[in-house]
Design a protein around this ligand. Structure first.
Ligand code: PRP
Ligand code: URA
Length: 208
């Protein structure tokens, strides 16, 4: 699929298998979400722009590189929260902008409940963090919000995606690359990803 990157790294696959297990408890689940997000972000940031600088080592001067763009991490509440910590450790100067959406259980459409973005954009790149790309409604709504804010470089970083969600996202925002640990079979009648991992928010926060 065009503009879709599903990891083939054995570490990601190993951790994802434990994440899926129904017997994995909340503490372990959170740890794995953090670790998988950190591994995925490595690929998702491979094309960030850089500036050449000069570095003084204890012995000599040499050429160095610094990141050029202001980066925004955009977790979709609640489940995206667990992906922030690991990514932020790698890019501590990133800004974190939360977007609150939940899926209406009947219509499966996203309902917005939190958005405190200032009028002018403060970042030039946004990395949307949400473990589940199911129908794709939440991702599309978040990208709509970020584009209205004025950000043009947007990437979606998730853990499991469905073919339906990927198609939906790219129907509306074909230029937004999608980074995932796995692409699963599809959705069940309640809009849950199969085989998936269940409810990512409930499993992280122990509210299932
Ligand atoms: C989950 C998940 C995504 C959304 C994906 O959130 O974290 O945000 O569903 O579904 P979609 O692709 O069909 O929109 P949920 O609505 O369960 O809220 P929560 O994170 O607060 O549990
Ligand atoms: N949200 C989840 O947490 N899991 C799914 O499988 C679909 C949406």
């Amino acid at each position: 699929m065009n503009n879709v990157y599903a990891s083939s790294h054995p570490l990601v696959a190993h951790k994802l298998s434990i994440l899926r297990k129904v017997s994995t408890d909340s503490q372990k689940f959170r740890e794995l979400v953090k670790e998988i997000a950190t591994l995925l972000i490595y690929e998702a940031t491979a094309d960030l722009q850089t500036i050449i600088t000069t570095v003084q080592t204890p012995l000599a001067k040499c050429e160095g590189i610094v990141l050029k763009e202001n980066i925004g991490l955009v977790p979709i509440l609640r489940a995206g929260l667990g992906m922030v910590e690991g990514v932020w450790e790698l890019m501590p100067s990133s800004e974190v902008w939360h977007i609150g959406l939940y899926r209406d259980e009947k219509t499966l459409k996203p309902v917005e409940y939190y958005n405190k973005l200032p009028i002018e954009p403060t970042v030039s790149v946004c990395l949307i963090l949400d473990p589940m790309l199911a129908t794709g409604g939440s991702a599309v709504a978040t990208i709509d919000i970020l584009k209205r804010w004025g950000v043009r470089k947007i990437k979606f970083v998730g853990i499991i995606g469905s073919p339906e969600g990927i198609t939906h996202l790219h129907e509306f925002h074909p230029e937004v690359p999608i980074y995932l640990a796995a692409i699963d079979l599809g959705l069940n009648e309640n809009g849950y990803i199969l085989p998936g991992l269940g409810d990512a928010g409930d499993r992280q926060f122990g509210t299932g």
